[in-house]
Design a protein around this ligand. Structure first.
Ligand SMILES: NC(=O)c1ccc[n+]([C@@H]2O[C@H](COP(=O)([O-])OP(=O)(O)OC[C@H]3O[C@@H](n4cnc5c(N)ncnc54)[C@H](OP(=O)(O)O)[C@@H]3O)[C@@H](O)[C@H]2O)c1
Length: 203
């Protein structure tokens, strides 16, 4: 699960650990030393079930060092990857700057693409009984149809989630992934609390 220091990512890690004793979870966050709630979960479930690794999705170097940590941990297969890390920018089309747009795109779109590139081989390598699932935490704000008539707010964020939806459709048709039986699930989590996570499939 990518982006787990707080919010939905943290909630997902907690939910997965508590609901399935067989599951081993790799949780990434930008600053493991300050992710105190994640540390609490490590103390509760142990380091074998919950591995916390550093990852900044805007940095290719960060992906490279994450991949070498996975080699150190002898992890070469993953059943489900959840691309959750994301940031919001609520400005309108006319008030957004280049930095507003590029900032959200770098984290939400490029970061998700790098996540697909980094973890594809782990999903492909998972056995025939694996779900081989790439879950993309998107948003209904990325739906052109749903945003008609909803004003111009959150324009950079909306555009980024719209692009993420297309990224998901494209990745699902990558030959190596599709050929191995990989699936992509794009979800709108809805207004959430850390304990109530409601997934609505939007693609
Ligand atoms: N909350 C909602 O109602 C809602 C609705 C629709 C969709 N979503 C989507 O759901 C996802 C999670 O949202 P949330 O509400 O849980 O947000 P949140 O509470 O702000 O948490 C965002 C998480 O993403 C991480 N993150 C941000 N930039 C990152 C980067 N460059 N590299 C790695 N991690 C990064 C944050 O880590 P740090 O602690 O290091 O900043 C944090 O763990 C997002 O993709 C969001 O767009 C949320």
């Amino acid at each position: 699960v990518i982006g787990t220091s707080r919010g939905i990512g943290l909630g997902l890690v907690s939910y997965i650990l508590s609901s399935n004793a067989e599951c081993r979870v790799i949780a990434t966050c930008r600053n493991p030393s300050s992710a105190s709630k994640l540390t609490d979960l490590v103390n509760e479930y142990g380091k074998k079930r919950l591995i916390v690794l550093q990852l900044d999705t805007t940095s290719q170097d960060s992906y490279a060092s994450l991949l070498s940590k996975l080699v150190e941990e002898s992890i070469d297969k993953i059943d489900v990857v959840i691309a959750n890390a994301g940031i919001v920018n609520r400005k309108t089309v006319l008030t957004s700057t280049v930095d507003d747009m590029m900032g959200v795109y770098t984290t939400n779109v490029v970061g998700t693409m790098l996540t697909m590139q980094a973890f594809n081989r782990f999903l492909v390598a998972a056995g025939p009984n694996s779900s081989k699932l790439m879950v993309i935490i998107s948003s209904e704000l990325g739906s052109i149809e749903k945003m008609a008539g909803k004003g111009s707010t959150s324009s950079p964020y909306r555009c980024s989630k719209c692009a993420v939806n297309m990224l998901a459709v494209s990745y699902a048709q990558e030959e190596s992934f599709q050929g191995a039986g990989g699936k992509v699930l794009t979800v709108h989590p809805g207004e959430q609390t850390q304990t109530i996570i409601r997934f609505l499939v939007i693609n």
